[in-house]
Design a protein around this ligand. Sequence first.
Ligand code: GDP
Ligand code: MN
Length: 343
Amino acid sequence: SYYYGVDLDLVAEKRGTTNGVISSTRQNAVIVALVRNSELDKMRDSIKQFERRFNAKFNYPYLFFNDEPFTDSFKEDIKSVTPSKLDFITLEKEFWEIPKNINTTLFTEKLAENKDRYIYGDNVSYRLMCRFESMLFYNHPSMATYEFYWRIEPDVDYYCNVNYDPFSFMKTNNYTYGFNIALVEIQETVPTLWSETKAWVRQNQHYLPEANIASWLLDDNGDYNMCHFWSNFEIVNLNFYRSEAYTSYVKFLDSAHGFFYERWGDAPIHSLAVSILLPKENIFYFEDIGYRHSTVSVCPSNSEMARNCACKGRTSFHRSVCFNNWRDSKNISKRKFLDSISS
Ligand code: GDP
Ligand code: MN
């Protein structure tokens, strides 16, 4: 059967779930959460569901990051809901600091200016979080041995049984980035992100592939349309974030101050990088991993997939403008992409 042009039988076969048999290949993969001690209850609930839906079958390790030491009760409580190997990491200063290129006076002014303009408008730790998730976590020494990661957060629901290994699925089929929700970013948080991104692209054209999928992020004028993959769920081959091209991009962004004077999120940054540096064939939409975070949820609209889920009439997010953009998008050539951002 076909769905959005996808051969579902072929996908099932590629996932190693044909006839219900789970492929036994394990990947160097880890489940990662950045989380505060105060979020223990919600983190534990997320993990309970994550275990029941997926990880009890696969036993991938977990890694928890925190800018403060985890309390004993946090560690004990998390231990009580999974037999998997657990790492609790207190971040060293260099992973959680305002860089020297930030002018304290100007930063204070910008926080005051943005306070009532958008959520977390004057929140400093939120900005440190976004910078950490954009350009630091994958280079933490505790992550060094891992090739793939799956990001989780407190306060999420997993609606579907995942009876195959998404890491192996991605590895086998050469997928770099996996997502399940596409949303619109608040424009006021990223006023100069697109102009800085274009400046980086112009100076670094040698990093671009022959074709990319940036088209889904561009409006008719070649401007950023604010769509992004929602990064609180993402499954990624970390070699992408560790690549020369991605490293160059985020260093450039860091020197442009936008994490602090504005409030650039890791979601639009990951999405722009992935879509500029990869063709569509390297990105996978995990429709079958029904999910909720905050007030946004997705469930498969494909009925075969929905049989694995407790979705009970929950509406899928398929009709969102950004998801439709993604679904209908096609690769464009390097030349065409460079032309479209030249104005
Ligand atoms: P939102 O989803 O954009 O509203 O942002 P969240 O508040 O959920 O933050 C994203 C992730 O980073 C969540 O997993 C939080 O637990 C975590 N996080 C955010 N701020 C901090 C912080 O100051 N310290 C720590 N340790 N974790 C944080
Ligand atoms: Mn969140």
